[in-house]
Design a protein around this ligand. Structure first.
Ligand SMILES: NC(=O)c1ccc[n+]([C@@H]2O[C@H](COP(=O)([O-])OP(=O)(O)OC[C@H]3O[C@@H](n4cnc5c(N)ncnc54)[C@H](OP(=O)(O)O)[C@@H]3O)[C@@H](O)[C@H]2O)c1
Length: 229
């Protein structure tokens, strides 16, 4: 399979790269600022691109170098917390751009390359449905990703028979999940019925299920250890 991991330099993207590092796969991996964090494949053929997905020119150029894809996984994202009453315009704009505009632009240019019966998966967050004090910009961006996914899924089905879905992650032992302070980590763990963060293997299992399906369309699948049911 030809698989694009947009945001391969993050914890989750790097894990997914390892998971798909198989001889039969060709991987297209992107970073924005952290090239050194891209996992170097041992088996799969891979190409690495520098791309800021908030910039349409860079996104268009990146996809112009790819002939075709079976799977596109949009993993990029960022957080910049503040209360709304204290949040400046830049904190709002940059998070909405990094989490929502990136998905729009990646889908806008990526869809042209995806083969019939191919898949797009957008990575969202449980916070897109629950909300969180101090993370309203992030919450709004992920709610936007989920609404975008549903609407775009219908467009893609009509025009190209490409399956678009989203995964809303709870808290995981990877990427930004590892950057929480101990205090927050313990508060969150206490709220999770399973009392522990998810392992990235769970994300791999779900991604593989989604791309094996020819009937799952426009869904936001929650993976959160019971934190929200
Ligand atoms: N880990 C969790 O517990 C958790 C929970 C809920 C949701 N999520 C979601 O899962 C996804 C992956 O998160 P993660 O935990 O792996 O975070 P991470 O380690 O911080 O990785 C974030 C990735 O996004 C990329 N990125 C950010 N802004 C970008 C831009 N403008 N253009 C291109 N790439 C950009 C980063 O690239 P560079 O580093 O190269 O700049 C990096 O590859 C995110 O959408 C996040 O919201 C994660």
């Amino acid at each position: 399979m030809k698989i694009m991991i947009a945001g391969a330099s993050g914890g989750t993207g790097s894990y997914l790269t390892q998971e798909f590092d198989k001889n039969e796969n060709e991987l297209f991996l992107t970073y924005n600022t952290s090239k050194d964090k891209i996992y170097r494949t041992k088996n799969a053929k891979s190409t690495i691109f520098k791309c800021d997905f908030t910039k349409s020119g860079e996104v268009e150029t990146t996809y112009s170098k790819i002939d075709s894809l079976d799977v596109l996984i949009n993993v990029m994202g960022t957080v910049e917390n503040n209360l709304v009453s204290k949040m400046n315009e830049n904190e709002w704009d940059s998070v909405i751009a990094s989490n929502l505009k990136t998905v729009f632009l990646s889908c806008r240019y990526g869809i042209r390359k995806i083969a019939i019966n191919g898949h797009i998966i957008n990575i969202s967050s449980i916070l897109g449905s629950t909300g969180m004090i101090g993370a309203t910009n992030y919450v709004a961006s992920k709610g936007g990703v989920e609404a975008f996914t549903k609407s775009f899924a219908l467009e893609c089905l009509h025009s190209r028979k490409v399956f678009v879905n989203a995964i809303a992650l709870g808290y995981f032992n990877v990427g930004m999940g590892l950057k929480l302070s101990n205090k927050i980590l313990n508060i969150v763990k206490e709220k999770i019925p399973l009392k522990e963060f998810g392992e990235p293997e769970e994300i791999g299992i779900l991604v593989k299920y989604i791309i094996s399906s020819r009937y799952l369309v426009g869904q936001v699948i929650h993976l959160n250890g019971g934190l929200r049911v």
